[in-house]
Design a protein around this ligand. Structure first.
Ligand code: ADP
Ligand code: ASP
Ligand code: MG
Length: 412
């Protein structure tokens, strides 16, 4: 039998009624003759609640216990989905990650999937089971402990299963009907794209468009998984939603494909460190060992042998960064005057493969922001994206102004 992977995100399984609606959709595919692997998220809000419990109990938590706690939301929905399908006379069974087992690295809270054996589930398909419901987001480490794949990780579980089972398609059911030129919650003129290239989707995702987890796009690109994003709230035709595909499959595209943003960033500056070879290595090694994911980096002009080092990181990692720098200071590894944390910044980015062959995108972006009176704090670029750090209070304004200026509401 051909295999289909269907993933339902948090809002699509938020209530028993929504689970029933999702199950009905699964039933439709079963009736077409597919063996279906359903990947479920936790009910919406559930993972946030669990993360909140962890932070309240222990701000510098042990990541192994974090994973044990936050992975539990998916266990509930997997069981409920299997029960709902059984009530509809569809033979179904649930699996938690460790039961499959979804083997991952031991990088707790950000683990990578290494292997998904197919024999267990295939044996059940062989016995007449039609749907395997698998808890997304979770796996098991080489040490036998529960791991999670990072926020939004059920997308990655879905694509990894599609690759492992050589599925015909991986359908990501969510609360929007596809990938848009930007988050439709921030810009009402955002336009749904019928297709988007893997590379652009990869950039958008890594720059904050949470419609797909970055790693899921990476895996889909590598294993040539046919990946589609569509709504679980509306009736869907076979070509509904957005197909994430190779660049060659897209005939016309705008220079800029989309605008992404990441709201909860912080900008940190280490004031007056020695300007000598190895200082950057020392600082960023200490931050990395402290569990801080540094994004942008700027080293300021040196004066009298001293310089300032600036970086950005997720705002909830500021405490970790402060602790790491204090420790390095106490141990005499890094000498600095003070560490300033600006917790009120956001990152806004424009993305498009057209930038490879078109100049002037950066200039236009900076002009648009300056016309709105928005000050740029840090800039980074790559071949197909430009990102800026700005005050968080201007984030929506920046996204809307850029969406307008690059005419993203109009198709190419
Ligand atoms: P799920 O719970 O189904 O995984 P998510 O909340 O993780 O859903 O992702 C869907 C959300 O992603 C949408 O509701 C939307 O607000 C947001 N989003 C951000 N950028 C985009 C974009 N470019 N296109 C579509 N949705 C986007
Ligand atoms: N429930 C997890 C989260 O909220 C995983 C997911 O939904 O993809 O991050
Ligand atoms: Mg998600």
């Amino acid at each position: 039998m051909p295999v289909l992977v269907m993933k339902f995100g948090g809002t699509s399984v938020a209530t028993l009624d929504r689970i029933r609606r999702a199950a009905k959709r699964v039933g439709v595919e079963v009736a077409k003759g597919y063996d279906v692997i359903v990947i479920v998220s936790a009910m919406s809000g559930e993972t946030n609640k669990l993360v909140g419990f962890v932070n309240e109990t222990s701000p510098l938590y042990d990541a192994r216990e974090y994973d044990a706690i936050v992975s539990s939301g998916e266990n509930v929905t997997a069981g409920l989905m299997a029960l709902t399908l059984q009530e509809m006379d569809v033979p179904a069974r649930s699996w938690q990650g460790w039961q499959v087992p979804v083997r991952t690295t031991d990088a707790h809270s950000a683990a990578r999937i290494e292997e998904i054996p197919t024999d267990n589930i295939n044996a059940k398909f062989g016995e007449g089971m039609k749907v395997a419901v698998v808890a997304g987001f979770q796996g098991i480490s080489p040490q036998g402990r529960i791991t999670t794949l990072g926020r939004g990780g059920s997308d990655t579980t879905a694509v990894a299963f599609a690759a492992a089972f050589d599925a015909e398609r991986c359908d990501i059911y969510t609360d929007v009907d596809g990938v848009y030129t930007t988050d439709p919650r921030v810009e009402s003129k955002a336009r749904k794209l019928d297709k988007i290239s893997f590379e652009e989707m990869l950039e958008l995702a890594s720059l904050g468009a949470k419609v797909l987890q970055t790693r899921s796009v990476e895996l889909a690109m590598r294993y040539k998984v046919k990946l589609r994003v569509l709504s679980s709230f509306e009736e869907q035709s076979d070509d509904a939603g957005t197909l994430v595909c190779d660049e060659e499959e897209i005939m016309e595209s705008n220079v800029v494909a989309g605008v992404a943003f990441s709201r909860d960033e912080a900008k940190m500056t280490l004031v007056s460190v020695a300007d000598r070879p190895g200082i950057a290595a020392t600082i960023f090694t200490a931050l990395s060992e402290g569990g801080v994911n540094v994004d942008m980096i700027v080293q300021n002009i040196a004066e009298e042998g001293r310089t300032d080092m600036t970086w950005s990181c997720p705002v909830d990692q500021v405490i970790r960064a402060e602790k790491a720098m204090e420790k390095a200071h106490e141990e005499g590894i890094i000498n600095y005057q003070e560490l300033i944390a600006d917790k009120g910044v956001a990152k806004v980015s424009v993305v498009g493969i057209g930038m490879r062959s078109h100049t002037g995108v950066a200039a236009k972006m900076f002009k648009v922001l300056s016309d709105e009176g928005i000050n740029i704090k840090v800039i980074t670029t790559s071949e197909i994206k430009i990102s800026v750090l700005i005050d968080r209070k201007y984030m929506e304004l920046a996204v809307q102004a850029l969406h307008d200026a690059f005419e993203l509401d109009k198709a190419a």
